[in-house]
Design a binder for this molecule. Structure first.
Ligand code: RP5
Ligand code: MG
Ligand code: MG
Length: 272
């Protein structure tokens, strides 16, 4: 990710406005009243003024520091994207998400990375929207705490908890909960997400869950659900392609447990 926060003068910059119909008609998302430079929330409670603050049940605070608000609209702190307004993101400004990196050492002890280190396997889902493989993360619901989001999204996308019986769900949630308390935050910040626009962008908190011997998360019965069309254990190596900046989150997880780190990333500072 190249950070050039749009401060260089570019007077002729005039990107097209784009917001999907789904976003405009969303039940709780924020509606822009065209012709006005202000934003309103759909309940009609009025103008959003709490930029860079907690706004009721929604955090409009960015991990990247204080962002600018120009003509009533928040500005992407990382730079220009070529699109103004929200594209297909529901919220103006930061759209916060959570990403669970569920990882275990690869079963085969003999397989090592080129660097001689242990190879990781992680739970990867195939996104329904663009078919790219990704960490099974998702957006934080209004009022939800990030540690609940990470659990919920993993359940929905990798264990299909929305589709199974209540009994099965309770069982899955119970076994996940014990493991989930051991999650370690490995990243929080901007995501280089293809949906980002000049006025709406993704930010996430990624948690690493390391199952040393594969007896915990390794035992989950993976089944794709909700936003995911497929789920699988994926071996971390340099040839995998992942959605947005998800590879860099895995790299942080690899560093934490001194596992093989073979990603050729633009910002890779991995000493391999
Ligand atoms: C990415 O989009 C985040 O890292 C997270 O994985 C995901 C959240 O969006 P949805 O999956 O809810 O669309 O930026
Ligand atoms: Mg989801
Ligand atoms: Mg998702």
């Amino acid at each position: 990710m190249i950070k050039c926060n749009g401060t260089l003068p570019f007077p002729e910059y005039s990107p097209p406005s784009f917001t999907t119909e789904t976003v405009l008609s969303g039940p709780y998302y924020e509606i822009q009243i065209y012709g006005m430079v202000k934003c309103y929330i759909s309940s009609g409670k009025g103008e959003i003024t709490k930029w860079n603050e907690i706004d009721g049940k929604v955090s409009r605070v960015s991990f990247e520091g204080k962002y600018e608000v120009v003509d009533g609209l928040p500005l992407n702190p990382v730079g220009r994207t070529g699109i103004k307004h929200r594209g297909c993101l529901g919220r103006w400004g930061p759209n916060h998400a959570a990403d669970p990196i569920m990882e275990k050492n690869q079963d085969d002890e003999i397989v090592k990375g080129k660097d001689g280190k242990q190879v990781m396997e992680f739970v990867s889902i195939q996104r329904r929207d663009n078919r790219e493989w990704a960490i099974p993360g998702g957006k934080i619901d209004a009022g939800e705490v990030v540690t609940d989001t990470v659990l919920r999204e993993f359940g929905e996308e990798a264990l299909s908890t929305k589709e199974i019986s209540q009994e099965e769900k309770d069982k899955a949630v119970e076994s996940m909960k014990q493991f989930f308390t051991k999650g370690i935050k490995v990243y929080e910040g901007y995501v280089d997400d293809p949906r980002n626009t000049d006025n709406a962008w993704m930010e996430t908190t990624a948690y690493h869950f390391h199952d040393h011997d594969g007896t915990k998360v390794g035992q989950f019965n993976l089944h794709a659900g909700d936003d995911a069309m497929a789920v699988q254990w994926m071996v971390c190596n340099s040839s995998i392609n992942l959605y947005a900046s998800h590879k860099s989150f895995l790299q942080e997880a690899a560093k934490r447990i001194d596992a093989s780190c073979l990603f050729n990333l633009f910002l890779c500072d991995c000493k391999t």
